[in-house]
Structure formats: C-alpha cells, structure tokens
Design a protein. Structure first.
Length: 266
C-alpha cells in the first residue's frame, strides 16, 4: 500500500463494529456508488426495512441539500444512508433531520471532547467550518410518507487539498480538527449508537429538539437566510416544534422558514 493510500472498509469489520447495534438491521457496503441515497431508495422501493444501512467508500454524484453536490472522495469520509419506514419514525418526519443532526453532534462531542455545534437545519460545524451534512429524502404515496432515506456525510480524514477549491475554507474534517487520522468505523459506530438510542428510548426521542437547541449557538443571532429567490436578514428567534426556523425581520415581521441557506452576520 502506498503511503497516502487510505485504508478501505473491510465489510467484515463493518459488520463486527455494528453487531451490537439493534437499529442497524442490514448492511450494504460499496466501493463506489453514484449516491448512497439513490441506492438506499432503490432498496427501500423493493421493501428494505428500517435500519438498512448503505455505506460507500466513494460517491461519484454525492448529493447535498438545495440541489448542491457533495464531495465524497474515496476512503476518507463516511458516506452513508439509512432507511426509515414511516411506521418506525421516532419523531415527526419534518423533525427527523434535526434529530439525526443532534445525534451526530452529540456523538462527535462525546467521541472527541470538542464543541461541535449544529447549524440550522442540519449541518455540523467546528469553529465555523462544516464537518457533516445530512440530506433526508422522503418518499410519499399521495400525502402519506412511505419511508425516509437519511443520508449522512461526515468528513473524516480529508486533508485540505482533498476538498474542492471553493470548499477549502468552509469545510473541514475530523483529521484537520484533531491533527490525526481517525478510524472511520469507530466514528460510524458512535453515530449509529446515538441513533439507536433515539429510536429505542422514549425519553431520548422526546428530547430531540431540546438536544438540537442545546447544540445550536446561533439562536438569538442576526443572520441572512436565502430561501429560493428571497433573502431575509434578521434574528433567528428559535426553531418551532416542527423544526422550522422562526425568524424576525428588523420591522418585526415573523417568518417560519422550512429550508434555506444560512449565513451568520453577527
Ligand atoms: C448537505 O449538507 O448539503 C447534505 C450533504 C449530505 C451528504 C450525504 S453523503 C451520504 C448521502 N448520500 C448523498 O448523496 N448525500 C448524503
């Protein structure tokens, strides 16, 4: 193996690391996929159960929120998707992304003892740089949710040059943060342990939004948010019980925003 070649997943190690996790029921490990969300959706369409995990070394068309792409180079990140069928949703579907975001944030805090924070709706940052993003895609029959594919991307062992040029100062990795290479399976197991708790323990389920708020340092701050064509500037007042951002413009006008691109002003 060349010096800088990343260590790839051994499917047996993946199984072994996750064998105690009662949420994860079926594991699919790929060397290269377009997007784990696409693969997971295909599996869900053929009836795959809640807890099905699709994990890839590399994504050739990793998807981000708001139609953006997600850089997913081989062997240096955690690029995975989970299937959650409607009947087993622990929280209302609209708040699942925030619940998962809180889970990842708590897992990283515990694992590394560092102050990771969440940025609405479901990014995880360290010192202002993004370490993790979450893309939940729901499938509906009419108005009824059938299942959600929850895609989670964690930047683990990238060095600065592994990120596309425009992302180099906006994104970071656990390796850049801690100064040393990290074991991806340890991080994956820590995240999935938190998710397992969220799905199995009613008290933990009930405090999903409380956990999210506790990890958020932006509430009360002034920010700019772009939603579609509109740009608002004002105060991030709180999140609602359905995970929307409650936002106040300087003239007092209140908005409940479902999605958008947030920039902190002060
Ligand atoms: C974002 O912050 O814009 C969301 C990024 C989500 C990336 C993950 S990586 C695994 C899964 N598969 C994808 O194509 N996207 C998500």
């Amino acid at each position: 193996m060349k010096k800088h070649e990343p260590k790839l997943f051994d499917p047996d190690d993946v199984m072994h690391n996750l064998c105690d996790n009662r949420f994860v029921r079926d594991i699919h490990v790929y060397r290269s996929v377009s997007s784990t969300n696409v693969l997971a959706r295909r599996l869900a369409e053929s009836g795959a159960a809640t807890g099905t995990l699709v994990l890839a070394e590399k994504q050739t068309a990793g998807k981000g929120r708001l139609g953006r792409s997600w850089s997913s180079p081989e062997g240096v990140g955690l690029w995975f998707s989970l299937i959650v069928r409607a009947a087993e949703l622990p929280v209302p579907v609209a708040t699942l992304p925030l619940a998962l975001c809180a889970d990842v944030g708590l897992a990283l805090r515990e694992e590394f003892g560092l102050d990771f924070v969440v940025k609405w709706p479901n990014d995880i940052l360290y010192k202002g740089q993004k370490v993790c993003g979450i893309l939940c895609e729901s499938s509906f029959a009419g108005q009824t949710v059938q299942y959600v594919v929850a895609g989670i991307g964690v930047n683990v062992n990238q060095v600065k040059s592994d990120f596309p040029e425009p992302m180099r100062d906006l994104a970071t990795s656990l390796r850049r943060i801690t100064g040393e290479s990290q074991d991806r399976l340890t991080v994956l197991a820590a995240i999935l342990a938190k998710i397992e708790q969220r799905f199995s323990d009613a008290d933990v389920t009930a405090r999903a939004l409380v956990d999210w708020r506790n990890l958020c340092t932006d509430i009360g701050r002034t920010l700019r948010i772009q939603t579609g064509e509109r740009v608002f500037a004002g105060e991030f007042v709180d999140i609602t019980d359905t995970g929307e951002m409650l936002f106040r413009e300087p003239d007092g006008a209140m908005h409940r925003l479902l999605s958008g691109q947030v920039t902190i002003l002060k």
